[in-house]
Design a protein around this ligand. Structure first.
Ligand SMILES: [Zn+2]
Ligand SMILES: [Zn+2]
Length: 149
């Protein structure tokens, strides 16, 4: 299992494998942290020890946009040269590719508090899609902490 997270001290992004216990040191600020081997059920976040997560599709948004914009351009060009069937093929084709990608990509489990992203695990029933009420609670918490600084 791999976790992508921001350094708790300086927000520098990094990724580590958490299949075994090891110590991590930030490459930017030398902050040290001990990571316990993560349980595959992920009851606690290895970065901030929080226990609330949400899951979402690990969809590459940039790739999705590139396919969509590309199809729009191609269909506009073909539309202008009166090749309507090609226009429709590009539009429908891109929708099918995007849909297929969406089904193919796995889940990523995200920590509500520190926004750490966990990949390479099977999301369980404990991991539900993002809930705005929980997300809002953590957003308020972050705002309070910013004010305290
Ligand atoms: Zn750091
Ligand atoms: Zn966390």
């Amino acid at each position: 299992m791999k976790v992508t997270f921001a350094c708790p001290a300086c927000d520098q992004p990094d990724a580590v494998l958490v299949d075994a216990t090891h110590d991590w040191q930030c490459s930017a600020c030398d902050h040290r942290q001990h990571f316990a081997a993560a349980d595959s059920a992920l009851p606690d976040c290895v970065v901030c020890s929080n226990h609330e997560f949400y899951k979402r599709k690990d969809f590459p948004h940039t790739l999705g946009m590139v396919i969509l914009v590309g199809a729009l351009l191609l269909s506009t060009i073909t539309y202008h040269s009166y090749e309507k069937w090609w226009s429709w093929s590009f539009l429908i084709g891109s929708a099918i590719i995007d849909g297929g990608l969406y089904l193919l990509v796995g889940d990523v489990v995200v920590c509500y508090r520190c926004n750490a992203h966990y990949r390479g695990l099977t999301a369980s029933d404990a991991h539900q899609p993002f809930e705005i009420t929980i997300g809002e609670r953590y957003r308020q918490e972050r705002i309070r902490q910013e004010r305290l600084k």
